[in-house]
Design a protein around this ligand. Structure first.
Ligand code: AMP
Ligand code: ZN
Length: 468
């Protein structure tokens, strides 16, 4: 079965053909670790996680590489704004290194709560400075750079087709990118590869280089590290749509200039999460995090469910009301599944044909540019299907949850309470078995109840039970 992906480069949904038969190289731009990730950032990581798991579901092996931007000033393109890492350090009375470590850990903690799987390779910018220097040297050898007032710039006019990803004219790119007027640049869209003369003169994170002591430009790390870990021809590169006109455009320019050939085959971008009232901004300090959602009574998986209900290529408007709706939807789904899981007859057979029919349906949806909303429809068909027994349903639910990652096989305690009738019936049956000294049967029932998270307690007064 073919897998289709919308490729930003061609503006088309295309059949996905990996560069190497079954092993896919996937690169996703990672977090800048000077503060907590906001739920907008996390929407992008959830979409990327679902994409990776969908590819794995249909049979591919995925090598996933993600960078961690642990140098705050790499955040911006030019030399304007604030050094966010230094700002974080002074705000919290820590060193920049401590800030980076703290927020990197916090980021992966959030990912864990959202069932976002860790990438195969996580690479920090600060650990790849040597590689970045070599990369700039290569660009220098190939004639794409110039030095001006202590900094090394990439000269975009030397690179043919600089605008191909954004599909905009140079003027439109300039108008949209709010770049600071920099008299050192030949073209306002030229970008820095290496700073030695920065406005951040007391910068702590600095390294020696052939051009003097300084630090790399922001875009350099993604090109350098993705090529280092995934080779010169990468299947998929992801990120949020904000990265199209500047960051990814510059990544392409420097990578293809250094390599001398096409670099990434499929560019896949996630649309933004926006607030009812507007944009979500990490630098403003006032933004929603996973912890804030938890404080409001939502679980991280309520949020994952909320994100998965809408197409990754559509803007998603966040409000607590719509999150509440998603929470209710997710609860109702878990309740239905809980009833199935607590009523499985282990002696039932599994009809392989029925199962694979549903698996194919599921694959068709996820392979259609990640149509997760329709994949949920397939799940609901399974739940309702009168022909399938509960053992078959459980098998399929567990199988689909490899992509959804919503802990669908974990039975919630409240679901069990609903099945009190069944529990009492089993306890009754066990009491009879014990009276008849049929301990084999009574042990079987105890085990069955334990599978349902029910602990049986025997005492002089009789038998009782409780949820574990
Ligand atoms: P950052 O940590 O700012 O570099 O962003 C990490 C990722 O989140 C990038 O892929 C961004 O494109 C993405 N991103 C930033 N803001 C949003 C948003 N509001 N909604 C969805 N993704 C976003
Ligand atoms: Zn990047």
């Amino acid at each position: 079965m073919s897998f289709y992906l919308y490729n930003t480069m061609t503006r088309n949904k295309e059949e996905f053909i990996p560069a190497n038969k079954n092993k896919i190289g996937m690169y996703t731009c990672g977090p800048t670790v000077y503060n907590y990730a906001h739920i907008g950032n996390l929407r992008t990581y959830i979409f990327e996680d679902a994409l990776k798991k969908s590819l794995e579901y249909v049979g591919y092996k995925v090598k996933h590489v993600m960078n961690v931007t642990d140098v705050g000033h790499l955040q911006s393109d030019g030399d304007e704004g604030e050094d966010k890492m230094a700002l974080g350090a002074s705000r919290e009375h820590k060193t920049v290194w401590e800030i980076a470590k703290f927020y990197e850990d916090a980021f992966f903690e959030d990912c864990k709560k959202l069932n976002v799987k860790k990438p195969t390779v996580i690479c920090r910018a600060t650990e790849h400075i040597e590689d970045m220097i070599k990369f700039v040297q290569k660009l220098e050898e190939r004639g794409y750079t110039y030095e001006s007032n202590g900094n090394v710039y990439f000269e975009i006019d030397k690179f043919e087709d600089y605008t191909k990803l954004a599909n905009l004219s140079i003027d439109e790119l300039e108008a949209g990118s709010r770049i600071e007027i920099d008299p050192n640049k030949k073209n306002p869209l030229d970008f820095v590869l290496w700073f030695t003369n920065s406005k951040f003169s007391n910068q702590i994170m600095q390294w020696d280089s052939p051009w003097g002591r300084g630090f790399p430009g922001w875009h350099l790390e993604c090109s350098t590290m993705s090529i280092k870990y995934l080779g010169e021809n990468i299947d998929i590169h992801c990120g949020g749509i904000d990265h199209i006109p500047v960051h990814h455009t510059n990544e392409i320019a420097q990578s293809e200039a250094a390599l001398g050939h096409k670099w990434v085959n499929y560019w896949v971008h996630g649309e933004f999460l926006v607030l009812d009232g507007g944009k979500m901004s990490k630098s403003s300090g006032d933004f929603l995090t996973v912890s804030k959602l938890e404080e409001e009574g939502f679980s991280p998986l309520d949020y994952r469910y909320f994100c998965l209900q809408s197409k990754y290529r559509k803007q998603l408007v966040f409000s607590f009301e719509s999150l509440k709706d998603a929470q209710n939807g997710y609860k109702a789904l878990k309740k239905k599944i809980g009833t199935i899981l607590t009523n499985i007859d282990e002696t039932n057979n599994i009809n392989k044909e029925l199962i694979s029919g549903y698996q194919e349906k599921f694959k068709t949806q996820i392979s259609d540019d990640l149509n997760i909303a329709n994949a949920f429809t397939v799940l609901n068909e399974v739940i309702k299907d009168g022909e399938l027994n509960n053992k078959e349903k459980a098998f399929l639910i567990e199988d689909f949850d490899k992509v959804f990652s919503l802990n669908l096989m974990t039975i919630e305690k409240e679901v069990i309470e609903v099945d009190e009738k069944l529990i009492n019936h089993l306890i009754e049956e066990r009491n009879i078995a014990r009276k008849e000294k049929n301990y084999k049967r009574s042990d079987e029932i105890r085990a069955q109840l334990l599978d349902m998270n029910i602990e049986v307690l025997d005492s002089k007064e009789g038998t009782s039970w409780r949820v574990k």
